[in-house]
Every structure is written in C-alpha cells, then in structure tokens.
Design a binder for this molecule. Structure first.
Ligand code: FES
Length: 172
C-alpha cells in the first residue's frame, strides 16, 4: 500500500484524482471506513488541504459510497468547513460583544492593513486568510485573536505585529 503523507500541503493544492482517492481512503481507514464518519473525514481532509475543493468532496463521496449531495450538505452545514481556498496561516479576529467593546474593530482593521486583505479574504499567494467571528467563548481574553489555532488574548497592534513578524519575518 502506498505511504500517504498526512502532512498539510502548504500550497493548498488538491492532488490529481488518483492521489486524492488514495488520501481519502487512507483517512477513511482511520475511521474503519464508516460512512457515518463523514464529518470527521471531512475535518481531516480540510486539515490536510486547508479547504474542501469540489474534487475533494467528490472523492469523499466516491470512496465512502455516499451520495455527493450528502457530503455537500455536511460541508455546507458546519461553518468550520471552508469551500473556498484558505491561506497557509489563518488569522481570526473576534468581533463578539466583549471583544468589540475592548477594541476588536481596531484590531481587525490592523490585521487588514498589515495583510493587505479584508476580513473573509485570502491573500493572492494563499499565505493568509483573515476571518472575523462572533465570540470564541473566551471573553475574559478580549480583545482576542487566534492565529493558526493559537489564542492571543488582550490583543494589541504591537502584539499583532510581533505575531506576524514571526510568521513572515520582520518587515523593512
Ligand atoms: S466576545 Fe470575543 S471571545 Fe467572546
């Protein structure tokens, strides 16, 4: 059996059909190939490719033997799934009430300026995706930003610069 790397592909590119089928099979095997594990399998596929491309969803349906419409309904129901290409780094700024009153909007604008994209967008080279969310359930940390899954509380513009410098290297 071919060795399938489970590492995240930094390009976010989806492989050709044959390879994609092998990736789906490899992931599905972890769940005993069970059709009811569609959510977990899609989660793993998204973790690997950072988004769920139409061909990824088609491969999941094909390999699991479930209707494509079912796979799409799961992928569109959960907000954690992205059907658009996402960047290598995901920056999320909380705009819930607690974060908003403590300057969340200014933090979001700062990320937008630094990354050169608006909330909801991915940079053209797919380095970054910037997202806004409503309450991450950690209001005591407001204002809160999450970068690549790591929570950064009491966010300031200086802290944001430091985090982005670590990811990109210092700007000139
Ligand atoms: S409002 Fe931001 S974590 Fe709750």
């Amino acid at each position: 059996m071919p060795q399938i790397s489970q590492k995240v592909d930094p390009s976010g590119k989806v492989p050709l059909t044959e390879d994609l089928s092998a990736v789906v099979r490899g992931i599905a095997e972890r769940y005993g190939g069970q059709k009811r594990a569609v959510i977990q399998i899609l989660q793993d596929l998204q973790e690997r490719f950072r988004w769920l491309a139409p061909e990824t969803l088609a491969a999941a349906a094909r390999e699991l033997g479930v209707p494509l419409a079912h796979v799409y309904s799961v992928a569109t129901f959960y907000r954690s799934f992205s059907l658009e290409p996402r960047g290598q780094h995901i920056c999320t700024v909380c705009m819930g009430t607690a974060c908003h009153v403590r300057g969340g909007a200014a933090i979001l604008e700062h990320f937008e300026r630094k990354l050169g994209i608006r909330a909801g967008e991915t940079s053209p080279g797919r380095e970054y995706t910037l997202e806004r969310v409503n309450c991450l359930g950690a209001c005591a940390l407001a204002p809160l930003a999450v970068v690549d899954g790591r929570y950064h509380g009491q966010m300031t513009e200086t802290k944001a610069n430091q985090i982005l410098e670590i990811l990109t290297g210092p700007s000139e």
